[in-house]
Ligand binder design. Structure first.
Ligand SMILES: Nc1ncnc2c1ncn2[C@@H]1O[C@H](COP(=O)(O)OP(=O)(O)O)[C@@H](O)[C@H]1O
Ligand SMILES: [Mg+2]
Length: 266
């Protein structure tokens, strides 16, 4: 079994899933997508979830992120059980505490890159001017300076995923969730995007949970868990990673990060 409880958390709170099960379907045809998963995501760590198609990765990610309600079990985050919150409260939590990067197609085609990236801030009530200023800094930080006004259709797949990464990070989330974020990209572009995603997330201080079937991803992450048939079947740490790394100290190493100071404005 897993022995480890990686070292001192750098300040934030962990996301703790306990004994999660998820059963899809009716009495006639049921699928036990999760068969008892317990997992702690430590503040600032980067965690890859790997496993064959159908092993329950997406279901686990969605339960962790409050997108899906598990059949049983709990997901504790900052003193609340994500699994049993009201829909309204969960929506707020997803918007304020979590960031998301999906495989593709998640940008709004009619909005320029900068507005796509700024969306979570605007939804949370930040003024348009300020939200787009923060988003533009993130885009620049992720290598997209000069492309702020392009619409998603005018970006390459890798560039579009960088916009999605900016959007996931603008709101200073505690955890970023990514489901096969490079699944639609060729290998070298995918690898670049992963680099950007892992570095930017780490620098922002957020934890990263990334679902993938690409073994290369594990190299970018501090820890990998493997899934099989709805259970965690293995866990390993990247070479040289003794403990959950990612300290708040790195936070100042990057130019971009977000608008915490503006939170006084509702
Ligand atoms: N909405 C759903 N309704 C019924 N079965 C589902 C649904 N979503 C996923 N499943 C089933 O649950 C299992 C796990 O799926 P999923 O979590 O998507 O796995 P992965 O992401 O590892 O491919 C699979 O057998 C899948 O067919
Ligand atoms: Mg999946």
């Amino acid at each position: 079994m897993t022995s480890t409880h990686p070292a001192p958390s750098p300040g934030g709170s962990p996301l703790v899933a306990s004994a999660l099960t998820k059963v899809y379907g009716t009495a006639e045809a049921t699928t036990h997508a999760l068969a008892g998963v317990s997992l702690t995501v430590h503040p600032g760590e980067s965690l890859a979830i790997m496993g064959p198609s159908g092993s329950g990765k997406t279901t686990l990610l969605h339960c962790l992120a409050g997108i899906l309600t598990p059949t049983s079990g709990s997901v504790a985050w900052r003193g609340e059980d994500v699994a049993t919150l009201s829909d309204a409260r969960r929506t707020v939590l997803r918007r304020n505490d979590f960031g998301f990067v999906f495989q593709s197609g998640q940008l709004l085609p009619e909005l320029p890159a900068v507005e796509n990236a700024a969306l979570p801030l605007m939804l949370a009530g930040t003024s348009r001017a300020e939200a787009t200023a923060v988003a533009a800094r993130w885009l620049a930080h992720l290598g997209l300076a000069g492309m702020e006004q392009r619409r998603p259709g005018e970006l390459s797949g890798g560039q579009a995923q960088r916009v999605a990464i900016a959007r996931a990070l603008v709101g200073s989330p505690g955890v970023v969730f990514a489901d096969e974020p490079t699944g639609a990209l060729d290998q070298s572009t995918g690898s670049e995007v992963l680099d950007v995603l892992t570095h930017a997330t780490r620098a922002s201080g957020a934890a990263l949970v990334i679902v993938t079937h690409d073994a290369g991803v594990a190299r970018h992450c501090s820890r990998t868990v493997t899934m099989r048939d709805g259970r965690i079947s293995g866990e390993f740490y990247a070479p040289g990673t003794k403990a959950a790394p990612a300290s708040a100290a790195v936070q100042h190493a990057v130019p971009a990060p977000p608008a915490t100071s503006s939170e006084g404005a509702r």
